[in-house]
Ligand binder design. Sequence first.
Ligand SMILES: *Cc1c(COP(=O)(O)O)cnc(C)c1O
Length: 431
Amino acid sequence: MKYYSLTNPSRKVSFQQAVVEGLAPDGGLYMPEQIPALPADFIQQLPTLSKTDIGFTVARPLVDESISDAILRKIVEETIDFEFPLVAIEDNVHVLELFHGPTLAFKDVGARFMSRTLRHIAQTIQREITVLVATSGDTGSAVAHGFYKVEGIKVVILYPSGLVSPLQEKQFATLGHNIHTIKINGTFDDCQQLVKHAFQDQELRQAKFLTSANSINIARLIPQTFYYFFAWAQQAHKHTVFSVPSGNFGNLTAGVLAKKMGLPIKSFIASTNVNDVVPEYLHTGEFNPRSSQQTISNAMDVGNPSNFPRLLKLYNNNWQSIAKEIHGYSFTDEETRNAMLNVYREAGYTLDPHGAVGYAGLKKYMEKDPDAFGVFLETAHPSKFPDVVASAIQEKIVLHPSLTELQNKSAQSISCSTNFSEFKNLLLEKI
Ligand SMILES: *Cc1c(COP(=O)(O)O)cnc(C)c1O
């Protein structure tokens, strides 16, 4: 499989190059040259296959010969080495729990696949690789843990100072070793901008072998298709709809890729907080990126979703086709809190604020399509957001043991402004 840059489709690169570059030098996102079609009998056999078999079959046509079957199988096996349960909470409403990985969020899946792919690449090219990543929350911890002590790789994590929950910050900024953390005096969009700028800076790219671990990296996107298949394997239903709580739209893009490869999904729901650029586009055909607003589902506070061009490309950049298949809804913090409280009272199930947005989107969609088999993604464990969740459900919540351990540790980060030269010097001189 070759990959091409969305800004210059004639420039084609290998899977390996797409992974180490992250973004193409022209700033474009990489896309697979074709969308592979999975055999029909694979879909029928899903309920009988192991998770590793499923992941391997889905990933195989998306990577290339530089990774052997045996190595790919091992990468997949290590990536998805935990559960992905589909839990019924109401008639026709199911939650796909994506928080059973080491940092209790779905981003573990992308980070684990990417770290293992990159270690293989670093060995092949015999050069140190620097992973540059901007995070508004969970990417940072997933990447930090995914790469911690991996030989030949340095990780640099940028995050908006004061806009990431203290617990989240501790999850990625207390590790040390090859994990470097920089807090930026700005928003998440500023962090993303610095990362984008770094990739376009020739001097920096010569000094460091840079790659990105944001949801823009194809090695993060590919494994995120797996769990749509896992959900189907647990309960096959031809009217399955997935509600995806979204920020940068990597997760939803992966779901659409799964569908285009042959998984029979009826439609998707793009659920957002008040950062509703994409739902607005789906309703009006107008795409107006803008600054992000802070909400209680802070990992989705994104004003210019980085995966949007890829998502649109999967529908041939055609508003009518995308609007037919993806329904967009956005919710205020108050609506999100109400969703958490209702689900807690009615079903005894505790949602995190992101999953709650996904739930709210699904319920809204099902007002018009009540017979759908509804699945929403629960993208993080509720105890990652203890204060928000406790105040919404009016109940104390018990922290997950892996979080309790962190409470006594303190974050070790370097501070930096949004100025690119300052950031560049920091990278060249201190890291
Ligand atoms: C990153 C994140 C999201 C948004 O995922 P995207 O792929 O950026 O749309 C949702 N929920 C949680 C908990 C996250 O960390």
